[in-house]
Design a protein around this ligand. Structure first.
Ligand code: FES
Length: 210
């Protein structure tokens, strides 16, 4: 299960997302867990914003794989999710800086008269496929740990419904007996599953196994 790319510029020590609703003690612990941020088939070349633990991320598909970065352009801090992919590079919609797969700026429009491109780099996060979902971790350490998930498709009046039987014990093992942290992690899983349209089954099973 290759992890790619490794973070090209880790979040700084003591980092908290703007307007963070988690405490400054809880956030870095939760940020070491792996969470699903998208179904694989919903990651397109068009960049899209997703939120994990209050941090806005941009997710997009490049010819060499799926990429996840902080949704903040290192030039003026504007969202990269409004950008586009051009010649295998992510192009910011605001002033046109080009970024390679590793988050490094490769090209700056001449009219901007900015410093060297090496000065601008997006913070990137790993993107790993498992269970048909894309998982990431904001402060990765060691091998990824995913919950056990068994998925089935069941027919219902509304059409086929994906049911995810979900055991979080492995994924949250590092949270030990800190029940409030485990609850926060489970709430985040539930929110993410909701956003992916995997609402009901995952929700119920998550709660029943908490
Ligand atoms: S804000 Fe992205 S290029 Fe200026």
């Amino acid at each position: 299960m290759p992890i790619e790319p490794i973070p090209s510029r880790p979040l700084p020590e003591g980092f908290l997302p703007p307007n963070c609703t988690f405490s400054e003690q809880d956030w870095p612990v939760l940020a070491r867990q792996w969470f699903p941020v998208s179904r694989v088939d919903e990651v397109l070349a068009k960049p899209r914003q997703v939120t994990l633990l209050n941090l806005r991320l941009v997710i997009y598909r490049m010819p060499d794989g799926i990429r996840i970065g902080r949704d903040t352009c290192p030039h003026r801090g504007l969202p990269l999710s409004t950008g586009r992919i051009e010649d295998d590079e992510l192009v910011c919609a605001y002033h046109g800086l080009h970024f390679g797969s590793d988050g490094q700026c490769r090209k700056i429009p001449e009219k901007l008269a900015l410093n060297a491109a090496e000065c601008f780099r997006i913070t990137m996060f790993p993107a790993v496929e498992c269970h048909g979902l894309i998982w990431t971790c904001l402060i990765p350490q060691g091998e990824p740990k995913f919950p056990e998930i068994h998925s089935t498709i069941e027919a219902s009046d509304q059409g086929d419904v994906a049911k995810f039987e979900f055991s979080s014990s492995e994924a949250t093992v590092e949270l030990g007996n800190h029940h409030s942290l485990r609850d926060l992690a489970l709430n985040e899983y539930r929110r993410l599953f909701n956003e992916m349209g995997l609402t009901t089954a995952a929700h119920a099973l998550l709660l029943s196994r908490a």
